[in-house]
Design a protein around this ligand. Structure first.
Ligand SMILES: [Zn+2]
Length: 128
């Protein structure tokens, strides 16, 4: 631990079984924990990137998705182990907002990110 550079983290993560692998383009500065009806069940901690900038291997061949509400995004999970890895815009528009679940990465990465709490269930604002 003492030998590891304190400011570098692996930007690679994967679902539990490894069929879906993600590589972030950069270290996230903040992430969002949301209490909406879906996020509280999924338990995701979301970091945002422009769609198209995160390298995702094993998707879509090893994934399945879920679309709800206003149908603007699809929540993606591994079809083998069920881990929710990310969500992406249903439009597929490059550069649109895209969320990656940091819980699929080394705990030292998410521990170094400021996690903001978002009230997606009610006021649609930050509650921290
Ligand atoms: Zn998996």
């Amino acid at each position: 631990m003492a030998d590891a550079p304190s400011n570098t983290f692996t930007l690679q993560g994967s679902c539990h079984c490894g069929a879906v692998r993600l590589t972030l383009p950069s270290m996230p500065e903040t992430a969002i924990s949301c209490n909406c009806s879906l996020c509280r069940r999924v338990g995701g901690v979301w970091a945002y990137y422009p769609f198209g900038t995160v390298t995702i291997e094993g998707h879509p061949e090893n994934t399945t998705d879920y679309v709800w509400g206003d149908k603007t995004l699809r929540t993606i999970r591994c079809k083998h182990c069920g881990s929710v890895t990310h969500w992406e815009p249903t439009s597929g528009e490059l550069g649109a907002r895209h969320g990656v679940n940091l819980n699929n990465f080394d705990p030292s990465l998410s521990a170094s990110v400021l996690v903001r709490h978002f009230d997606g269930a009610d006021t649609w604002s930050f509650i921290d």
